[in-house]
Design a protein around this ligand. Structure first.
Ligand SMILES: Cc1ncc(COP(=O)(O)O)c(C=O)c1O
Length: 393
């Protein structure tokens, strides 16, 4: 049994807090907070600019962070672009791909809005066709629909759903998309915090993640892109640091990954994220996933029968429980839980197409992570019982 609560100051400062909104964002361990503080207190300067000692220290810390993330994903550092978050990473890709009206984009109804809207907009702008893989009753991707990948030129999908926790068969999907000749964009915002990711094994072209969902700071995200593609594609944002030479006539671009990092980056965020990755690696992903599944299975087992759960069995998903208490609106359930210091999410989870496909407008979502335990799951279920008793006449 993992016992990590002591590593997270928020729980010392809020001893009664039961935090079950980890799919939205995660709490930060002291080691991450210390790494950021150490940078600001001892090594702070801008990167890639100064020849003086402090600037070189900052640059080294920032580039070491990139190397740690590259190792974590089994990529090369040139392929790791620091962004603000997964949303920006995906928008970056949607803005640089040479899509035109003869292309076909394939997305899925499972995608978070940040991996849905950029493609919808791109299709509207370019007149490229867009199709969506639909969902089965258990909210998994419908295997029958995989033939929509035929003739696709871009395939953008989710590695794990934030709304239901469903894990998609990423390797198989990428293989099928490659057979069709499509470029693949995988949203790993939910999977990277819980599953080991190897971009070489997956053979994806682009992958996006957010630091704040995996114990790292807010405002730092990652885009992995295959080197040969990033070399050929145009830049996204332009300005300082991403250039090689600027004249009145024209500008040439910097080497990778700097070509895609215009302006002063989130240096402390990158350093904090690398520390978060080290924290997760010390625990081990097998151990982490087993812990979350244990909590999820326990929740499934003790939930009262007036709670409807959406999505498959715990073995096919992350530690996410998407549900409704019969006869009670999701926001009312969340409010009652809040009165017991239990934080869960309610609403559409930025996945309106997914909820629509399931015939729902909102659900409650409890999402477990490294610092949660069975006692908290029990308190959560007790509070659900209270919401039912209080609000269902
Ligand atoms: C699956 C998925 N993709 C993308 C995002 C967007 O992440 P961010 O808001 O950090 O850009 C989220 C956030 O909830 C998510 O769950």
């Amino acid at each position: 049994m993992i016992d990590t609560k002591k590593d997270f100051p928020i729980f010392k400062n809020n001893p009664n807090l039961i935090y079950l909104d980890n799919a939205a964002t995660t709490q930060k361990p002291s080691s991450v907070l210390d790494a950021e503080r150490d940078f600001y207190e001892n090594h702070y300067s801008n990167v890639h600019r100064g020849v003086y000692q402090l600037s070189q220290e900052a640059t080294e810390l920032y580039e070491n962070a990139r190397e740690s993330i590259a190792e974590f994903l089994n990529a090369s550092p040139e392929e790791i672009i620091f962004t603000r978050n997964a949303t920006e990473s995906i928008n970056l890709v949607a803005n640089i791909l040479p899509v035109s009206k003869n292309d076909k984009i394939v997305s899925t109804l499972m995608n978070h809005h940040s991996n849905f809207v950029p493609w919808q907009l791109l299709s509207q702008k370019t007149k490229a066709k867009i199709e969506y893989l639909s969902l089965s009753e258990s909210a998994e991707l419908d295997v029958e629909d995989f033939n929509k990948l035929k003739n696709a030129t871009v395939f953008a999908f989710t590695h794990a759903s934030n709304a239901t926790g469903v894990i998609t068969p990423a390797k198989q999907l990428i293989e099928q998309a490659k057979d069709a000749g499509a470029l693949t964009v995988i949203d790993a915002a939910q999977s990277a915090p819980h599953l080991p990711i190897d971009v070489k094994k997956l053979d994806c072209d682009f992958l996006a993640l957010s630091g704040h969902k995996m114990l790292g700071p807010t405002g730092i995200g990652v885009l992995y892109g295959k080197k040969e593609l990033l070399q050929e594609l145009p830049p996204f944002l332009t300005g300082g640091d991403m250039i090689r030479e600027v004249t009145i006539q024209e500008t040439t671009w910097n080497d990778l990954p700097y070509k895609y990092e215009a302006g002063t980056p989130n240096i402390s965020g990158a350093i904090g994220l690398a520390e978060a990755v080290r924290y997760l690696q010390r625990i081990g992903f097998d151990e982490l996933l087993a812990h979350e599944r244990d909590l999820t299975s326990y929740a499934h087992k003790i939930l009262p029968n007036y709670v409807d759960v959406y999505g498959p069995a715990p073995s096919k998903k992350l530690g996410i429980l998407s549900f409704n208490v019969q006869g009670v609106h999701a926001h009312d359930v969340a409010s009652i839980l809040d009165s017991k210091n239990i934080a869960i999410r309610s609403g559409h989870h930025c996945t309106q197409p997914l909820l629509n496909a399931l015939g729902l407008t909102s659900t409650c979502r409890a999402s477990f992570y490294v610092y949660n335990n069975k006692r908290e799951v029990q308190s959560f279920v007790d509070a659900l019982e209270l919401s039912h008793k209080t609000l269902v006449k």
